[in-house]
Design a protein around this ligand. Structure first.
Ligand SMILES: [Zn+2]
Length: 277
């Protein structure tokens, strides 16, 4: 087993062109094999041969510290040893370095893409992996199914010293966050922001500024983060997704995400820094 949590350098690639022995991350049903203290385990290829675990498939992810890195999908019948357990990535957020998050995010999305595209959506025949691209193909009409990423907007709306924060019905307790939603077919990111903010809290925004993005593999979102300013309207939560929303002064914020976990936290922290500078 490898203990190299620090100084992990990961470069995503689709095909392994080396013959070097690999480093393996292991998952089953979208949960990662970890120690009992929730540290993700990275296995040397040789070490895997000596475990009693068997795998249904494996996928190349890229190079980790210049060595090939794979995700191996644990067979349903395999039982991890008593010193190990399976942990969902959500429980590990904020506790793993960014490079390991990239590996985990890629592992979840590639293994899910492979599992969900075993048959052609046009003709129903069994698909196969393309030889030179990360795609599933079918003989019927050269359909190529690439891993799908769903773009979403996430936006911090502000009004001077106040931040608009919302409580989603599914959030625990008094946890608040920025607004977010999927981009609809045909929409630009900016028009998705205007629509989502109006639908969810009934206000109009202006001066939309791009901030940055984050992969969010639950299951396959790319979160595009923006700042926006209040234009007009009175805050009224939609009652469906959002049950509470309001303006919060920057020195009296409710419980919000932190920047080491999500881009929502980074949007909030960057605005606070701007106000205080
Ligand atoms: Zn087909």
């Amino acid at each position: 087993m490898i203990s190299i949590y620090d100084n992990l350098v990961f470069t995503p690639e689709n095909f392994d062109t080396t013959s070097e022995s690999s480093i393996n991350i292991i998952l089953r049903n979208q949960e990662f094999l970890t120690s009992k203290t929730s540290e993700i385990l990275l296995f040397e290829e040789d070490d895997l041969k000596w475990t009693e675990m068997s795998f249904s498939n494996k996928h190349f992810l890229g190079y980790l510290n210049q060595r090939p890195c794979y995700v191996s999908v644990l067979d349903d019948s395999s039982r991890p040893s008593d010193e190990m357990m399976l942990s969902p990535l959500r429980n590990l957020l904020g506790r793993i370095p960014d490079s390991l998050f990239v590996i985990c995010s890629r592992s979840l999305q590639i293994s899910e893409w492979y599992a969900a595209n075993q048959f052609c959506g046009y003709c129903g025949k069994k698909t196969s992996m393309h030889d030179t691209e990360r795609a599933m193909v079918c003989s019927c009409n050269n359909v190529m199914v690439y891993p799908r990423i769903s773009p979403c907007i996430i936006v911090l709306v502000t009004k001077g010293e106040e931040l608009l924060l919302a409580h989603n019905k599914n959030f625990p307790g008094d946890f608040y966050s920025t607004l977010a939603g999927f981009i609809e077919p045909g929409e630009t990111a900016e028009s998705a922001i205007e629509r989502e903010v109006f639908e969810e809290v009934n206000i109009n925004v202006t001066n939309i500024q791009y901030f940055g993005s984050q992969s969010w593999p639950f299951p396959s979102q790319l979160m595009l983060g923006y700042h926006a300013e209040y234009l007009d309207g009175e805050v009224k939560p939609d009652g469906e997704e959002i049950d509470k929303a309001g303006w919060f002064h920057y020195d009296n914020l409710p419980q919000v995400p932190t920047g080491n976990i999500s881009i929502s936290g980074q949007l909030i922290e960057s605005y606070l820094e701007k106000l205080k500078s």
